[in-house]
Design a protein around this ligand. Structure first.
Ligand code: 5GP
Ligand code: MN
Length: 339
């Protein structure tokens, strides 16, 4: 996104517009934080603004300012499609290919609204009139701050915007510890706290709302943890029966994959979660150093993401998916053992 783009967007937003903001399916903290942060900012311009998410998201994100205004495409399809078809501008946040929105793909592809992408994933598609794509960014929330700043409106960041953006930076950086966390990230976080983001409260709201069952599920996941020392890899499985036994709720498996990566010497961690309703095994991959799970997921699991965090899926059984994972590991042994 160059200076000319910013000038054009400023011009575009100088008159009242009908705006829709969309994140990816199964939205996480960065997806909800960035869409709502941008929502509060755009409302200051007196636009008509609507956040539409493809489907539901975890309870620990439902306190974020503006949460009650969000529409869910899967349960309010007609109303959402009408808003999308009528929109002047659609912002697409925290994803860069329409298929990442699940069932919203068609309506977004067919919409004639001007698209603006703000995203930090690799290999963006070319659907947007204005593309703000930067894989070096910690989070889309950090990029939304830069976007507001580039438009000359950093002064408009209030406690609602600051709170939303803090959530996504915190969750996507694993509380400021992943490699993507830079001094610039911390400088922005400092500004967000100054503007009214209550860091202690936000952390408690997101991370300290575990149910007893969720901790039991974590216990089950850790019991299922396996290590493949020659590949410096670890993996966890969770079957549908295990999820049901511990009363699984959306978001309960968030972050569990990182336990594999916390093992001394482990470079690659995976979690395989059975989803019988969707007929898939949902896969999350995490890595340390330069080992790219984005490439691994693109090559073998129909997914993608970032160098150190990617997702994907498999249509095989959970056992066969694990077999496939183990069978491809030797081709990566050299890279894994170089880390
Ligand atoms: P997670 O494992 O937490 O679901 O996702 C890790 C990262 O990979 C996130 O940034 C997420 O947006 C991305 N990701 C997850 N699943 C997919 C997928 O199926 N395709 C692509 N391209 N990216 C994914
Ligand atoms: Mn993100």
């Amino acid at each position: 996104m160059n200076k000319q783009d910013i000038t054009s967007i400023k011009q575009l937003l100088s008159t009242k517009k009908k705006i829709v903001i969309v994140p990816h399916k199964n939205p996480d903290g960065d997806a909800i934080g960035s869409t709502l942060g941008l929502y509060h900012y755009l409302l200051k311009g007196l636009h008509q603004v609507q956040v539409i998410v493809p489907n539901d998201y975890p309870h620990f994100l439902k306190w974020i300012p503006g949460n009650d205004s969000i529409l869910k495409h899967d349960s309010q399809t007609k109303a959402c499609n009408a808003l999308i078809n009528d929109a002047d501008i659609i912002f697409t946040l925290d994803f860069n290919a329409f298929h990442r929105t699940g069932n919203m793909e068609t309506v977004l592809t067919e919409s004639s609204a001007l698209k603006i992408m703000i995203d930090h994933h690799q290999a963006p598609d070319d659907y947007a009139k204005y593309t703000f794509s930067d894989v070096s960014m910690s989070s889309t929330c950090e990029m939304v701050y830069h976007f507001i700043d580039m438009l000359g409106d950093a002064d408009l960041v209030d406690s609602a915007i600051a709170t939303c953006l803090y959530v996504g930076i915190m969750t996507d950086t694993g509380s400021f510890r992943f490699r993507s966390t830079t001094s610039k990230t911390h400088a922005i976080v400092a500004k967000l706290i100054e503007k009214g983001a209550n860091n202690n409260e936000i952390h408690n709201n997101v991370y300290d709302t575990n149910s007893y069952e969720r901790l039991q599920l974590l216990g089950c996941a850790l019991t299922n943890l396996r290590v493949i020392p020659e590949s410096k890899a670890a993996y966890i499985t969770l079957s549908q029966d295990e999820l049901q036994k511990y009363d699984y709720k959306k978001g309960d498996t968030e972050g569990v994959v990182n336990y594999g990566l916390s093992l001394n010497g482990i470079v690659l961690a995976a979690i395989f979660i059975e989803d019988r309703k969707e007929g898939i095994i949902k896969i999350s991959l995490r890595s340390k150093g330069n080992f790219s799970v984005n490439e691994m997921s693109r090559a073998h699991f129909e997914g993608g993401g970032h160098t150190n965090a990617a997702g994907g899926k498999s249509y095989l059984s959970i056992e066969k998916t694990v077999e496939k994972f183990i069978s491809i590991l030797p081709t990566y042994n050299k890279a894994l053992n170089n880390e």
